[in-house]
Design a protein around this ligand. Structure first.
Ligand code: TRP
Length: 361
């Protein structure tokens, strides 16, 4: 079977280091391993509009931000099709037919939708488009027959919902669609990088994100004010690792090479953690190390971003080419879907003949 990779992000803000360790980094690795037939990265503007209907300008502005983040992380448009969701209208058509295969109660049980409804305080005023976005996400995935979906853990219910739609479609209309698999990061710290304030999630409104496009000074300031262990007051106090954002970030980012380069007194993170929990290691030293690690990781990303920022029309050209290519692939699947559903009337010579026979003998 073909290996087709697809992922996407909503363009509602610049991407941050949580996106990076949670999915972007893995995408670039997958891209460079080259062990796939096609790889797509989608800017989910239509999905972003499901809860930003009154603010299309925000979505519009962030398309280029997210694209710059992709390109600066090393997504190579020669190897990967980067495209904009709204420019592939076939996705809407697929969603329309999939809607008949999903119940309202099933959508209400989707844990991601549930928690997002709470987060956004929608209560009873949930936009229908937002409520049904898992169905549109199933269209995003199945339109490309994607079977490898590298995403963060929060997206698992979406992939499960897609798999159900695929099974339902195939059982009703015959084998047509491909069941996708989610690929989540192996490193647990990467799955849910907390905000710099130690809160569970990085979110723009909480102001607790480190963005890929932050300047070295911004990153430094954010790292130096990061949440650690509030009971670790004196240097000699033993420190706690649970809930300590600095150590969670180190879990996600630090390698033994980083220790050799920036903190050779310790061989690895285990030794640093042991010293911290024993007492006698100050937060400042750990934060300085984290800053060095983050700067090393973000530096090449910033450099590449500067290059692409100089040529924004080229970025749009990449998106346009990608969207044309994506539409072609989606149109093929849509044709198969319509033929499986037998709503491809004009291509169906047998239908025309039998109807004609019915009336004319
Ligand atoms: N829901 C995803 C997010 O919020 C974005 C997305 C849209 C997506 N369509 C997708 C991810 C298809 C993977 C596959 O990040």
């Amino acid at each position: 079977m073909k290996k087709i990779v697809l992922t996407g992000d909503r363009p509602t803000g610049r991407l941050h280091v949580g996106h990076y360790v949670g999915s972007l980094k893995r995408r670039v690795e997958l891209q460079n391993e080259g062990n796939f037939d096609e790889m797509y990265v989608m800017i989910a503007d239509a999905q972003a509009l499901t809860d930003n209907a009154e603010n299309p300008e925000k979505v519009r502005q962030n398309i280029v931000e997210v694209s710059l983040d992709y390109l600066s992380c090393g997504i190579d448009p020669e190897k990967v099709t980067v495209f904009i969701q709204s420019q592939v209208p076939e996705l809407c058509e697929l969603s329309f037919y999939y809607m008949n295969l999903v119940t309202v109660s099933r959508l209400q049980r989707n844990p991601t939708v549930k928690s997002e409804i709470q987060m956004r305080n929608f209560e009873t005023s949930i936009p229908v488009g937002f409520f049904t976005y898992p169905i549109s996400q199933a269209a995003d995935i199945t339109a490309f027959k994607a079977n490898i979906i590298p995403v963060g853990e929060d997206q698992l219910p979406m992939i499960e919902q897609t798999r159900e739609i695929v099974r339902k479609f195939n059982s009703v209309y015959g084998d047509t669609l491909v069941e996708p698999e989610a690929v989540i990061p192996k490193n647990k710290a990467c799955m849910r990088l907390p905000g710099t304030d130690g809160k569970a999630k990085m979110s723009k409104s909480l102001g607790n994100c480190i963005y890929l496009s932050d300047s070295p000074e911004e990153v430094r300031t954010k790292v130096m004010s990061m949440f650690t262990d509030p009971d670790h007051i004196k240097l000699t106090d033993p420190g706690k690792l649970e809930g300590n954002a600095v150590f969670t970030y180190l879990d996600a980012f630090a390698t033994d090479d980083h220790f050799r380069e920036f903190l050779p007194d310790y061989a690895n993170l285990d030794e640093l953690k042991a010293h911290y929990t024993r007492g006698g290691l100050g937060d400042m030293k750990v934060k300085k190390f984290l800053n060095a690690v983050l700067q090393a990781e973000l530096d090449p990303i910033r450099t590449r971003r500067k290059q692409f920022e100089k040529n924004i029309p080229e970025v749009y050209e990449i998106l346009k080419k990608g969207s044309v290519k994506a539409e072609k692939a989606a149109a093929e699947t849509l044709a198969e879907v319509k033929s499986a559903m037998r709503i491809n009337y004009f291509d169906d010579a047998e239908l025309i003949r039998s109807q004609s026979e019915k009336y004319n003998g």
